[in-house]
Every structure is written in C-alpha cells, then in structure tokens.
Write a protein that binds this ligand. Structure first.
Ligand SMILES: Nc1nc2c(c(=O)[nH]1)N[C@H]1C(S)=C(S)[C@@H](COP(=O)(O)OP(=O)(O)OC[C@H]3O[C@@H](n4cnc5c(=O)[nH]c(N)nc54)[C@H](O)[C@@H]3O)O[C@H]1N2
Ligand SMILES: Nc1nc2c(c(=O)[nH]1)N[C@H]1C(S)=C(S)[C@@H](COP(=O)(O)OP(=O)(O)OC[C@H]3O[C@@H](n4cnc5c(=O)[nH]c(N)nc54)[C@H](O)[C@@H]3O)O[C@H]1N2
Ligand SMILES: [Mo]
Length: 765
C-alpha cells in the first residue's frame, strides 16, 4: 500500500511543459480578469513592435519567438496587466497595521496602484497626495540631510535603461554612489568575478552559439521555472544529440524531461524529450569541490594522453597565447585531494570523471549557471572556477563555446550597463562629465548589504526604491525590517503594493508607475524604452495597454519629478526635455557610454543590436591583458565537517512566484500544492533524526558572526530526492534564517543558498 503523503504533497511524474503549462496559462488569465484582452496582450510580448516580457532575461531569436506558450512569462504579464486596482478607497478601508498581517501574495493580488499616497500616522493609513506636493516633500527631505551619503537609492532590475540612466543621473547630481541594487543579491559574483578572469562581467555566448555547441554544462539554475524560453533551446540541443550535463542538488523536472508546447507531436502523443544526459546531484555548496574534481579529471586525462604519445586534451595554443596562471591552478588542483572533493561535493570520483570525459570529447562547450553558483559565501570563487574549466580547452571566444550566466530580472544587466553601480569607474565618471558638464564623486557607495547596515546604524536616513521589495528580498528579515523602520524618509516607485511599503518611516510615500505593458505617452507622443537581455542584446520595448488610471506616471517622469524638486536647475540638466522624448535620454546614454553609438538608429532596427563583449572575440580587458586562471586555494570550508548534526539549507523559487511576488501556492513540478511551509529533506537525514515524511519541525541556524542563531518554527518536512546533508526551503520565507553578515566577502552576495542549520522535531505542537 502506498504511504499516505502529507497534505498537498504529491508525486509529479509528468514531464515539464506540455498541456500542464497551457492549462496554467488559461488559469492565470482567468484569475487576473484579463481574458478579454489577455491573449492579445500575450501575442505582443517579445515581438518587434511589442513590449519586452518582464519575466526573464533570456533572449529571443530576432524577437520572433512563440512566446505565447511560456507559462511563467504569461504569469508575469497578466500579473501586471490585471484589471484589479488598489485605489484610495482601498487604503481608506485598511490601516497599515491591518495590511501588515496580510500575506505577500494577498498584498500584491489586490492589483495595480493608481494614486500617489503618503502615510498619515494619525489615521495609520496611506492617503492621497498630489504629485507636485509629493515631489516637493521628497526634495525637502533629501535636502535636509547633512550629507548626500545619508541617502540610499535602490534599483530593482525591471527598470528600463532610460529610467535607470535618469535615476543614476539624479543620484550622481545629488552627490552619492549609494546604489544598493537587486543585482547585489543576484549575479554580483558574476559582475565582480568574471572581469578578473576574462575582462568582462557578462556572458560571452549568443543564442546562435547554442546551435553550434557540442555539449552544455548546467550548474545551479532551474530554467523550466525561471527561464522557460530557454527550454526551447535545450529541447533543440538535446534532440540534436548534444549531451547536457547537469549539476544540481534537486532533480528539477524540466532538466530531466520536457514536452514542448510548440511541438505538435509531443503535445498530441503526450511524449517528451529527455533534457539532461547526466544528472549529478551535487551537495548544496559543493560546486567548488565538483569543479575542482572536474579539472583534476581533465588534467589526469591530459597526462594519460600525453604519456601515450598523444597531443593531450588541453588547448595548449590558446593557453599559451591567451592566458596566465595555469601553473598555479595546476598546483592548487594537485594539492586538492579526492577525499575532500568527494566529501564536499557529494559526488563520486567516477561520476566526476565521466563528466570530464564528456567535457574533453566535446569540441565546443557552453557552460550555463544561475543562483546555485552565485549565492554562496564563495560565490565569486565558484564563478571563477567555472571560467577556469572553460579556459582549459579554449572554450571561450569561439563559435559554440562560452560562459552563459542566466541573468535574473529582465533588465538587471542593462541597469548595470547604464550606470547603476556603487563603484563607478573612471570611464563612467568621465562620460558623465562629457554628457552633463559636472564631475560626479567617485567615492565608493553602498551595495545592498551595506545599505541595510547603514540604515541599521542610523548612518543612512533616507531610502528611495525604484521598484522591488528590498525588505523581503534581503536576508535577515527581522534585522532588515528594523533597519527600514528607523528611516526618516522612505519612497517607493512601484506598480503594486508590497511589504516594503508597510515598513513605515517618519515620511513614507508610495508613487504608482507604469509597467512594461502600459502605453507610455509623453509630450511628443508614445514612447519606447530599451532593455538588454542576458546575451547583451539591446532592443526596444513599447507597451500598449491603457494605463491603470490617469494619475500614473512613467518611471522616467517620476525620477525627473524628484530630480527637479531636489536639485532645482543644478547643472542645467533638461529633465523635462528628456522626459518629453526618450530619444533625448538615449542621446545622453550614447555620450556617456560610447558602446551605444548610433543608439537611436540601431535600436530601431528589428531585433536591436549587441553590445560589445570583448571576451567573445578573445580580447581580454584585464590588467594582464590575458584571460587569467584564478585560484581559490583549497576547498570552501564545509560547515558540516565541524558539526555533523548540521545541514546546509538552500533557498529556492517555486514554480508560482516571481522573486517576492507570490502568484500562487503551488510548485507543480516538485509536487507541492497549496502550501509553501515545507522543507525538502533526504530520507536518511530524516531517519537519523527520528523524523518521518510530514512531521512538523523547527529549523535553527548555527550561530552567525553576531553570535545569534535564528529560527523558523512549525515547518513541515517532506521526504525528497536531495543529497544527504542538503535541505531546501522556499525563498523568501527562509530569509529570516540568514544572518545579514553571511555573504561573499568579495562580491557582497548574500549566502542564500548555503545556510548551516540544525533540524529538530517541533517543540510545541
Ligand atoms: N518565473 C520566474 N522567473 C524568474 C524568477 C522568478 O522568481 N520566477 N526570478 C528571476 C531572477 S531575479 C533570477 S536571479 C533568476 C533565478 O533563476 P535560478 O538561478 O534558476 O533560481 P533559483 O530558483 O534560485 O534556483 C536555482 C537552482 O539552483 C539549485 N541549487 C540550489 N543550491 C545549489 C547549489 O549549492 N549548487 C548547485 N549547483 N545548485 C543549487 C536549485 O535546486 C535550483 O534548481 O530567475 C529569473 N526568472
Ligand atoms: N533567500 C533568497 N533570497 C533572495 C534570492 C534567493 O534566491 N533566495 N534571490 C535574490 C535575487 S536573485 C533577487 S534579484 C532579489 C529580488 O529583489 P527585488 O528585485 O527587490 O524583488 P522583486 O520581488 O523582484 O520585486 C517585486 C516588486 O517590484 C515591483 N514592481 C514590479 N514591476 C515593476 C515595475 O515595472 N516598476 C516598478 N517601479 N516596480 C515594479 C512590485 O511592487 C513588486 O512587488 O531577491 C534576492 N533574495
Ligand atoms: Mo535575481
């Protein structure tokens, strides 16, 4: 007899994609009351005259994809284009204290914000404020600070290039580089790590390279949920016989098998395509060990081939002409023993050797990776070892080969490109001076963690957020909440209500903005914005839906409003002119960043244009002028070695969420329905603790640098196919377990995917 599973937990045997995905699209459309307009909206996504899908940053072939089959893209679009509204009557009916008790899902599910609002402590409510009054108030508060470095300016990666560029202009003209950014919590290990390796902090491949690759290695990303359009590429590659080697602690369904909704045969016959040719369930945080094991095997294969009189398997010509540091890397790998590699990675020597054999047999290899690599205290080191592995066989800068970080937000890469950075380089400062006639400060500003620390200490007193949900996205939930409650000024430019807006400062203002799908009309007519995808392609995006109300403003218009009220006519910047016609913003972008030459012309060409990625042509913009093999000596310290009772917790996105936006309570491919209060655990780890499937448990983190442990109580543990020693729970619920001080010291990325914890049966039932 089959064992009874906990409520809402089922076995999911079907492939990812297929009819299940289409059914989910239909359900989403109905829930958001957009059935009438819905399909038309979806058909305009990622089309030449349409808007860029706010879902993910995966590129489209010439912007002509059959996007309408992307389930999670459909959720992102309908969530924004919903018919539901949060208007002044909503706020009149609910106090902030009451709203605080609502779930994150419920808050956003109320719909789009329609009016600028300011918090009134006497009524404990948000109340309507005129735009001009709001801008004046914000300007006055910012000008009251003793020092511009007392203000923090957060950006979430949905902001267009035009909005982000104006925002950095406002902030730099105001006088600080305090740019905490969602990128700090995401691919910062890439942005900081790769430039030292290969001279550019971006991916080197294009979509075409996937047509010419001989093997794909995938580390720590879940494309069936987070980059669904990538599944078309992987599906194609697999059918071409390209080996796909996956390193992931969880058996993610879409990486095992996928039925393409665009494939009539698979849909009609309920068949599917195998995706991974080999699936290595690496332990959480075990990637550095796995990568060193892979390289150790490559060196061994090379040695054996040379001994047999062969030419070896390293690309010696590439290494000699283009790289430095191989000897030191070899020494480190020789000094890293198999015992520790096997213990920390959780993979056998044979498994790593078999993966290395696939690697050396393939002429051209693409290596893809996501948050499973970056969100660790050694995230930067992980990224650099990925580059090392590729460089051993010259797998960078030629067709069919290269590194492919899966970016997060649809324009997180673009925001960085156009100046959202707390560490401006000289080129940026010079460019700003060229374009606007003033020289901004080059003093290093705060990243996301540092901004929360500064708010906590009272050193920062104002926070402006261009989108996002900083309070919920950041680690150490309670600490972050407390820090934000200490502020004098909190301003949120946003489409929907979320928890960050309910952390009340002395002055709290919420400003409703247009989203990607909305028609943006300014003085000279309808405007397009531009975005950059994961493969450095820049293209235009134009919304067409009637905005949710007459009061909403575009993000560039709101930024300009704040700028005029704060700066007056400082530096003679023509804010109104730029907002009237976004071409004028793009003209300025081109002056600051020469890579954008002929911007307005090139962005009007179908499909847009690719920004220069020097490493793609083997031009290395590093200090040495070469690609550098970099070493992180030894292995990342494994907290489980010191404490055998501990487990390493990783935090995941469900299939029904977009970061802190929770669309629904299901995680279909993992067989979880109607709940998120679960922990996935290996059966041996359960048995060792006298626990069984469905038990209620408490999770406690090992004491952090501040000496405190943090706990999450009353979760339900689920027996799951995950390596021993590793457990998983959902982001953002688990963020309260992660100390603010747990982050990669090089990039500042929080260690969201390597949290040492202990698990016990719940104390109070
Ligand atoms: N629908 C949807 N799309 C999204 C998002 C969303 O929330 N929803 N978010 C967007 C954003 S901002 C981002 S950054 C991306 C995120 O996209 P992903 O990088 O795919 O994000 P995660 O869900 O965090 O999961 C990463 C994968 O890493 C695995 N993993 C966990 N720990 C480890 C580890 O230690 N090692 C290895 N090798 N693997 C590990 C997990 O099992 C999971 O399969 O997606 C973007 N697209
Ligand atoms: N434990 C754990 N924590 C994590 C992660 C993890 O894997 N595990 N992942 C991290 C990652 S990769 C990221 S990127 C961050 C995400 O951090 P954020 O980018 O700050 O968070 P989001 O949830 O994407 O922000 C959602 C909010 O953005 C607003 N919004 C939506 N569309 C628009 C728009 O068009 N304009 C404006 N102005 N606002 C808009 C809405 O109010 C919505 O509530 O979280 C990080 N936190
Ligand atoms: Mo992200």
């Amino acid at each position: 007899m089959a064992k009874k599973r906990p409520e809402g937990i089922e076995k999911y045997d079907a492939p990812a994609g297929g009819w299940g995905a289409l059914r989910a699209v239909a359900k989403t459309l109905a829930h958001q009351q957009v059935v009438a307009q819905g399909t038309a909206t979806l058909l305009k996504a990622n089309k030449p005259e349409g808007f860029d899908c706010p879902g993910c940053a995966w590129p489209d072939p010439k912007h002509t994809s059959s996007f309408e089959f992307c389930e999670n893209g459909a959720k992102a679009i309908t969530w924004e284009s919903t018919a539901k509204r949060v208007d002044p009557s909503f706020f009149a009916a609910h106090t902030v204290s009451e709203l605080w008790e609502w779930t994150d899902h419920a808050l956003e599910d109320e719909g789009r914000l329609t009016h600028p609002m300011i918090y009134n402590a006497e009524t404990d409510r948000y109340e309507v404020i005129e735009w001009d009054v709001a801008f004046a108030r914000i300007g006055a508060e910012l000008n009251r600070l003793e020092d511009p470095h007392q203000a923090e300016f957060y950006t979430s990666g949905r902001a267009s290039n035009e909005a982000a560029f104006l925002y950095q202009l406002l902030v730099r003209a105001y006088g600080t580089n305090n740019f905490p950014d969602c990128s700090n919590m995401c691919h910062e290990a890439t942005s900081v790590g790769l430039p030292k390796s290969i001279g550019v902090g971006k991916g080197t491949v294009t979509l075409d390279d996937f047509d010419h690759t001989d093997a794909i290695f995938s580390f720590g990303h879940n494309p069936g949920t987070n980059h669904p359009r990538m599944m078309a590429t992987l599906h194609e590659a697999s059918r071409r016989g390209v080996p796909i080697i996956v390193f992931n602690p969880l058996k993610e369904r879409a990486l095992e098998k996928f039925a393409s909704p665009q494939d009539p045969v698979e849909m009609a016959t309920l068949s599917s395509t195998r995706i991974a040719s080999a699936y290595h369930q690496v332990r959480t945080g075990g990637d550095l060990a796995a990568l060193k094991g892979l390289m150790k095997s490559v060196f061994a294969i090379d040695d054996a081939d040379l001994a047999a009189g062969g030419p070896g398997v390293l690309d010696r010509a590439f290494i000699a002409e283009h790289t430095t540091g191989l000897e030191a890397l070899r020494e480190d790998i020789d000094n890293t023993g198999w015992d520790s590699i096997v213990t920390v990675s959780g993979l056998t020597r044979e498994a790593l050797k078999s993966a290395a054999e696939v690697y050396v047999k393939a002429k051209s290899v693409i290596l893809c990776y996501g948050m499973g690599i970056t969100q660790h205290s050694n995230g930067t080191g992980n990224v650099q070892q990925l580059a090392n592995l590729l460089m051993l066989r010259g797998n960078i800068g030629r067709p069919g080969a290269g590194i492919c970080p899966l970016r997060g937000h649809s324009n997180v890469q673009g925001d960085r490109t156009v100046g959202i950075t707390e560490i401006p380089n000289k080129a940026l400062i010079d460019g700003m001076e060229r374009a606007f006639g003033f020289r901004p400060t080059d003093l290093k500003g705060h990243n996301a963690i540092e901004s929360v620390e500064a708010m906590m200490e009272g050193a920062s007193k104002a926070l402006i957020c261009l989108g996002g949900n900083l309070a919920v996205a950041m680690s150490d939930t309670e600490v972050t909440f407390e820090a934000m409650r200490k502020l004098d000024l909190a301003v949120h430019i946003t489409t929907k209500l979320n928890r960050s807006h309910l952390l009340i400062a002395k002055t709290s203002i919420v400003l409703p903005c247009l989203g990607r799908t909305d028609l943006d009309t300014q003085a000279t007519g309808p405007q397009s914005v531009t975005v950059e995808d994961s493969m450095s392609m820049v293209h235009a995006s134009r919304g067409f839906l009637n905005p949710p109300g007459p009061m909403l403003k575009s993000e560039p218009a709101i930024v300009a409003g704040i700028a005029k009220a704060t700066l007056g006519d400082r530096y003679g910047i023509d804010w109104d002119g730029m907002v009237a016609d976004y071409d004028r913003i793009r003209d300025k972008i081109e002056i600051v960043f020469p890579d954008f030459f002929d911007f307005n012309k090139r962005v009007r060409v179908r499909g847009g244009f690719r920004l220069d990625v020097p490493a793609s042509d083997r031009r290395w913009k590093t200090e040495s002028g070469k690609a550098n093999f970099l070493i992180g000596r030894g292995l990342h310290e494994d907290p489980l070695v010191k404490n055998p009772d501990a487990l390493l917790l990783t935090t995941l996105r469900s299939h029904d969420q977009y970061n802190t936006t929770i669309y629904g309570m299901d995680d279909r491919y993992r067989g979880v329905f109607g709940r998120r209060d679960v922990i996935f655990m290996n059966k041996d780890d359960l048995a060792k603790r006298g626990l069984s499937d469905g038990d209620i448990i408490d999770v406690e983190s090992l004491p952090a640098a501040d000496g405190r442990s943090r706990s999450a109580r009353g979760l339900t543990v689920i027996e799951y196919n995950i390596p021993r020693g590793s457990i998983a729970g959902y982001y953002p619920e688990m963020n309260s377990l992660i100390a603010l001080s747990a982050y990669d010291r090089i990039s500042g990325t929080p260690a969201y995917k390597g949290v040492p914890v202990t698990v016990t049966g719940a104390t109070a039932r």
